[in-house]
Design a protein. Structure first.
Length: 241
């Protein structure tokens, strides 16, 4: 499995999409830096990093991670190199799992980068403490992990569409907008996976009401994730070359 994951990273090595997404990850920390230029004396490290986090979860991460995921799963089909993968005996299920693992590692790495960029706040007087720093890093990594599961429906759309990369991007945008709008609906906020992330990591920078208990949110995310993974594996296994 490690060889397959390494191969997926090698495919991305020469791609500009990674650099575009890395630049996008730097966007919110830079905006947060500018916004807090005047309010730095009243801002703590916890509130500063949390402010950047909820915007990333609702707006930025679904777009950039959904884009990377769709690219990982559709690149071979778009470039008509999918057939070449099976000249050697490579199992489709194992290949799909390697792609999922690659995306997960990328998400965790970029979530960590987003958090580390909060160090810009030190230049405007944001106070730094060791304990809140590690707690914040864990929160960002947890958010990245949950974001991976939340984006599985978008990946299933990308796999089903196969060469429909544009369709997968549109699905990502619609999913992101729906999640953002869902913040103002107590019912949607309880069942939409992306909004559930805010509930799990207890982001309080934005007030959200939930119609159902946490167990319902967990159950919805788990059910959507399982159905998405099963559909990805089933479609890839049955798809004609």
């Amino acid at each position: 499995m490690f060889r397959f994951i390494r191969a997926e990273f090698m495919k991305l090595k020469g791609s500009s999409i990674i650099w575009v997404c890395l630049a996008a990850c730097c966007l919110l920390p830079l905006i947060g830096f500018v916004v807090n230029l005047e309010a730095s004396t009243q801002t703590t490290w916890v509130s500063y990093s949390a402010q950047n986090l909820w915007l990333a979860i609702l707006l930025l991460w679904p777009c950039i991670f959904g884009l990377i995921g769709a690219y990982i799963f559709t690149r071979e089909s778009i470039e008509n190199t999918y057939r070449n993968l099976f000249i050697i005996p490579v199992g489709r299920v194992r290949l799909a799992l390697a792609k999922l693992a690659t995306l997960l590692l990328i998400i965790l790495a970029m979530a960590s980068l987003s958090y580390m960029l909060n160090f810009l706040g030190l230049f405007i007087g944001i106070p730094f403490e060791t304990a809140p720093f590690w707690d914040g890093l864990i929160t960002y990594l947890k958010s990245g992990l949950l974001m991976f599961f939340s984006l599985l429906p978008v990946l299933s759309v990308a796999v089903i569409c196969r060469k429909g990369y544009l369709i997968a991007i549109c699905a990502t945008m619609i999913y992101t907008v729906l999640s953002f709008v869902g913040v103002w609906s107590s019912m949607l906020s309880s069942i939409l996976p992306i909004v559930t992330i805010l509930r799990v990591v207890q982001v309080t920078s934005i007030k959200i009401e939930y119609a159902f208990p946490m167990s319902v949110s967990y159950s919805c995310m788990a059910a959507i994730s399982v159905v998405s993974v099963v559909s990805i594996l089933w479609v890839l296994k049955k798809q004609d070359l």
